[in-house]
Design a protein. Structure first.
Ligand code: GUN
Ligand code: ZN
Length: 429
């Protein structure tokens, strides 16, 4: 396969910058990324790579910033058509907007159309991997993985399981959730770049029988991921308490049924009790921060500093369509704003790490995606750090790379995405 050499500023990580960002980050103002066979072969000085690989096709991005492609660790592709729907908090929002929309994905052709739209929007926003909830319909899972395979993208997905507290037409049963999830897992997990996540939506919409069945499936297939929601909003937590009176806390409604583990992804995780944090840390589970959703739906302020200090793996995500935006730049900005409201200013290096390597580690794909380094997939995003007049006038007086990149994090959108590469193929621009 043809070799490509991307020249520009490069930003890569050697370690986790949540502890010490300066020791973890490598910035090269005249760097290069050599790509062949869909994989990153080397990240080094641009001139040296050019001299050593005269046969490579060169793309010179000048001052463009070459980073790993963004990884959106929690979203709902079926909700793309209802993003930014007005005026509701979580439970009313689900009943008013979300469930009627998800019902429409009973039509597999429509599901594929929504999957295609979502994947193309993601690529235009520099996002190369997404971890999505599908709907209860198995065809919605096929649509998601087929759309991703057509684009060469590594994605995660799973059939959303619900056997109570959802409208007619949007409920399965404990048995059918097990059977359908198992068949989809067998069909897709490990096929091309697909990863299957067993997906109970959240404990209010699953009976103990369904949670038990899905826990059993995860025990049979521990190589699969498991994704769900946890402690997003206070009325939701009260509801869970009423539905599971014997549970010690919200996390216990998963733990008691075999749905707590290192390959578990717990979206939101805002209002956690100390026992829940201890257990998540002990088992090595991942929590996923969805900041635009948490402000948009009115959920609360995620404790990034506290949870990172406990060593929890933390992903960053749009949570489309509860989240209000497809852009991981806007998502980083919202994470910064929530951090400020809690008294911690996240550094741009930490925000970019969360949107790439942090999310990849949450998905157990660290080093393989979201990583600008040899051996990782060549899923790459190139940022224009002066994409609008407002950003350009600010960057003109930037003192260093962080001062130059932070305005794009705070004010950037898809106009800041100069190029997106998937598995060594240039797919945007
Ligand atoms: N909790 C259960 N389902 C959902 C959903 O679709 N979006 C969000 N934000 N929270 C949920
Ligand atoms: Zn969600």
């Amino acid at each position: 396969m043809k070799k490509h050499l991307l020249l520009g500023q490069t930003l890569a990580f050697d370690g986790n910058p949540m502890d010490d960002w300066q020791g973890a980050v490598r910035h090269d103002s005249a760097g290069g990324v050599l790509v062949a066979d869909g994989v990153i072969v080397a990240v080094a000085g641009g001139a040296a790579l050019r001299a050593d690989h005269p046969d490579a096709a060169v793309l010179d991005y000048g001052d463009g910033l070459i980073t790993a492609g963004f990884v959106d660790a929690h979203m709902h592709y079926p909700q793309t058509p209802i993003v930014a729907s007005w005026g509701k908090q979580l439970i009313d929002w689900l009943n008013t907007y979300t469930f009627p929309q998800e019902m429409r994905l009973a039509d597999a052709g429509y599901a594929r159309q929504v999957a295609d739209t979502t994947l193309d929007l993601a690529l235009a926003h520099g996002t190369t991997t997404l971890c999505s909830f599908c709907t209860i319909h198995p065809g919605s899972v096929d649509a998601w993985f087929e759309g991703a395979a057509a684009r060469g993208m590594a994605v995660v997905g799973g059939k959303t399981c619900m056997d109570r507290n959802a409208p007619d037409g949007l409920r399965d049963t404990a048995q059918s959730a097990y059977d359908d999830s198992k068949a989809l897992l067998d069909r897709w997990h490990g096929q091309s770049r697909a990863t299957y996540a067993i997906t109970p939506r959240f404990s209010p919409t699953s009976t103990p029988e369904q949670l038990t069945a899905l826990g059993a499936l995860w025990a049979e297939r521990p190589d699969a991921l498991m994704q769900t929601h946890l402690s997003e909003q206070l009325p939701e937590i009260d509801w869970v308490r009423g539905l599971f009176p014997q549970a010690r806390d919200y996390l216990d409604t998963y733990e008691a049924y075999g749905l707590l583990g290192a390959r578990g992804l717990y979206g939101h995780a805002i209002h956690l009790a100390p026992r829940e944090i201890d257990r998540l840390a002990e088992v090595g589970a991942a929590v996923v921060h969805c900041p635009t959703s948490n402000t948009f739906i009115g959920s609360g302020l995620f404790d990034m500093a506290g949870l990172a200090a406990r060593g929890l793996r933390i992903g960053l995500a749009t949570d489309t369509g509860g989240g209000s935006n497809f852009s991981m730049l806007r998502t980083m900005a919202a994470a910064y704003e929530i951090g400020q409201l809690r008294g911690t200013a996240l550094h741009p290096a930490q925000l970019l790490w969360l949107a790439t390597e942090g999310s990849a580690r949450a998905l157990h794909m660290g080093g393989r995606i979201g990583h600008l380094g040899a051996g990782a997939a060549a899923d790459i995003t190139v940022l224009d750090l002066a994409s609008t007049p407002a950003i350009a006038q600010r960057v003109a007086r930037a003192a260093d790379i962080w001062d130059a990149v932070f305005p794009t994090i705070m004010m950037g959108d898809d106009r800041a995405i100069r190029d997106t590469w998937v598995a060594g193929r240039r797919v945007v621009r």
